[in-house]
Design a protein around this ligand. Structure first.
Ligand SMILES: Cc1ncc(COP(=O)(O)O)c(C=O)c1O
Length: 416
């Protein structure tokens, strides 16, 4: 056996590099937002419409029954140990019972509880893709997808969402990206950042492409059921008996507790395509961090079973009112074009750059808006969608009105 001081790689100094994985891991939001050097206008109060966290202003709160459910677990002293890495069976069963449907049946064995929906996405991408494979991601899309793919050495190929068609997927272009190294496709419905909701027919058309190319799908359905009047949410897995689907969800949005860090993977696999390897692979990956927080997991059966239906209804109604307020005000601002949201908590707004005298792109728009009006929103470039901005409309109406008034004055000042 060679002694450590004679191995060729032994260090001769304290030069300690970060790993390749760490170096290729970066969040596009941070990469762009951290470069914004402009400070907010000290004469105006700061309003951030940038963070997809519905708890920020205190107007959206989890239902009392959920808080009680967690308190019950805390005081029981029974949920302080390590849960199984895939989650407590009773909690997995509760998720299955809540989301099972005759056209997309689930048992407790089909659920893996994760650390937030982010953890679920990490596991799904990790189990389906090898380094050097490619993955199809939506553009515009939630930036974590790219971060996870880059980190794992997976090539990202973007398929376009079309603003003129309520952000439907460009399925022709999507299909043209597929080759023998395409491992999976991520779809997100309802969408962050678009606030769009796909129709049944559009999802069927998407599934037809997956079917034709034997592509398993990852359905990011964290905003499930957060849809506005006239829209219906269809779980992707409920529309296919042939395409295997890993659906991801969690407590963050519908239950209004992103900080509780509980998400899940639902394995929809009617034809046992995942039986030989992928299920076991998910099980193995769950052992990397041994699952999510025990208290919140243990409270899941009560959270899912005892929350009054009125809570979900009221959340939807409130979000829809804020979406309408945003659309009504901002669609009258010259230079901006609102793509009317159909669900979730976001609206994308196109900036007609040609109508502005000194704003060449979305990043400068965002910087100047912050510097002059102390209003922060995210530039579309963060989502691979230049010359748009994304607004999170979960702030109270009076805050939104104030922010939109300032945006209108800002646009008027810079308009040609
Ligand atoms: C589309 C989408 N997927 C996943 C997540 C991550 O959810 P979590 O906070 O549970 O990790 C988010 C959070 O904003 C999201 O917008």
């Amino acid at each position: 056996m060679t002694s450590s001081h004679s191995t060729p790689h032994a260090r001769s100094s304290w030069k300690v590099p970060a790993s390749i994985v760490a170096k290729r891991t970066s969040n596009p939001i941070r990469a762009i937002v951290d470069h914004i050097k402009v400070k907010p206008n000290p004469e105006k109060s700061m309003i951030s419409l940038a963070l997809g966290d519905p708890t920020l202003f205190g107007n959206f709160k989890i239902h009392q029954s959920c808080t009680d459910a967690v308190a019950k677990q805390l005081h029981s002293y029974k949920a302080n140990g390590y849960p199984p890495s895939t989650g407590y069976m009773a909690s997995r069963q509760a998720i299955a019972d809540r989301f099972t449907r005759p056209d997309a049946p689930l048992t407790g064995q089909d659920i893996i509880i994760t650390s937030g929906c982010s953890g679920a996405l990490d596991m799904c991408i990790g189990v389906l893709c090898n380094e050097g494979d490619n993955i199809l991601l939506p553009r515009p899309g939630f930036s974590l997808y790219q971060t996870l793919a880059d980190s794992k050495g997976i090539e990202v190929r973007y398929y376009d969402l079309l603003p003129e068609k309520n952000w439907e997927m460009d399925l022709k272009q999507l299909e043209s990206l597929i080759d023998e190294r395409t491992a999976t496709v991520v779809m997100n419905n309802p969408s962050n950042p678009c606030g769009s909701v796909f129709s049944k027919q559009h999802l069927l058309d998407f599934l037809a492409v997956c079917d034709k190319h034997h592509l398993p799908a990852i359905a990011d359905e964290i905003y499930c059921d957060l849809v506005f009047s006239g829209q219906e949410f269809f779980p992707l897995a409920s529309l296919t008996t042939t395409v295997p689907v890993l659906s991801v969800g969690g407590l963050a949005k519908k239950y209004l507790v992103p900080g509780w860090r509980v998400g899940w993977v639902s394995i929809h696999d009617r034809n046992n395509i995942f039986a030989s390897e992928v299920r076991e692979g998910l099980n193995s990956l769950s052992q990397l961090i041994l699952g999510s927080n025990s208290l919140i997991q243990a409270a899941l059966p009560d959270i899912l079973n005892h929350t009054d239906e009125a809570f979900y209804h009221d959340t939807r109604v409130e979000l829809e009112a804020l979406a309408k307020l945003s659309t009504d005000i901002l669609s009258k601002v010259p230079g901006l074009k609102v793509i009317v949201p159909q669900g979730a908590m976001y609206v994308m707004i196109a900036i007609n750059i040609a109508e502005f005298k000194d704003i060449p792109n979305d990043i400068i728009f965002t910087e100047k808006l912050l510097g002059e009006e102390s209003v922060m929103c995210l530039p579309g470039s963060v989502f691979q969608c230049p010359n748009f901005i994304r607004i999170v409309f979960t702030s109270p109406p009076e805050v939104l009105r104030d922010a939109y008034q300032r945006m209108a004055e800002f646009c008027a000042r810079h308009h040609v």
